[in-house]
Design a protein around this ligand. Structure first.
Ligand SMILES: O=C(O)CCC(=O)C(=O)O
Ligand SMILES: [Fe+2]
Length: 203
């Protein structure tokens, strides 16, 4: 019983700290886009962020096992803690090759999610990634997903658009998008689910 109480407390404390870090990162991203540091803060007042605790048991034939199927993180930002086993792969845009991400001890991996891609009108891009299981060692990872309020209508920020750079996306409701995504994500190794390009403005 005590163990579980401690786990809850540890997770809650961890959540509070990575949330602070993620808001700091959003402030830096805002500055990098020429915006006020606090430009994104209001979106996270009623945030729907969450933590996932991932355990990947080993499999002698990793290519037949589902780690996490290819996807882009749908939210704003992901802060990923992982152990030293490795298995995360990102898709290189130039040639579509899957590149292994080497774990760096005591470092987080920060993923830009789809929402930053839309808010920034594609000045930032979310990265497609997947997880392959290890053939002999189990792996643990802890992603924190920074997500805006359920009712947020996600669309390119006005400051990121003008006559030369018209909005590349139509507005979509975050809560609805996320619920649809959650119902279909990670089921198979190589299937696509709802994506922001479904809201892309056609040229
Ligand atoms: O376990 C990992 O390294 C990443 C997991 C992941 O991509 C996710 O949960 O969205
Ligand atoms: Fe992910």
């Amino acid at each position: 019983m005590k163990f579980w109480c401690n786990l809850r407390e540890a997770c809650e404390e961890y959540g509070r700290e990575v949330e602070k870090l993620s808001i700091k990162l959003m402030e830096l991203i805002a500055i990098s886009l020429g915006l006020q540091a606090n430009r994104f803060n209001d979106f996270f007042k009623d945030q729907t962020s969450f933590i996932r605790l991932n355990h990947y048991p080993p499999c002698p034939n990793p290519h037949l096992a589902l780690g996490v199927g290819r996807h882009k993180d749908a939210g704003a930002l992901t802060i990923l803690a992982q152990d030293d086993v490795g298995g995360l792969e990102v898709k290189r845009k130039s040639d579509g090759e899957w590149i292994r991400v080497k774990p760096t001890p005591h470092a987080f991996i920060i993923n830009v999610g789809d929402i930053i891609q839309v808010w920034s009108n594609e000045r930032y891009e979310s990265v497609e990634h997947r997880v392959m299981v290890n053939f002999e060692r189990e792996r643990f990872s802890i992603p924190f997903f920074l997500n805006p309020a359920h009712y947020t209508m996600v669309k390119p920020l006005e400051e990121m658009t003008d006559d030369q750079n018209p909005p590349k996306y139509k507005a979509y409701n975050w809560g609805k998008f996320f619920t649809t995504r959650k119902g279909s994500n990670f089921r198979k190794l190589d299937v696509e689910n709802i994506q922001i390009y479904h809201f892309k403005v056609s040229k």
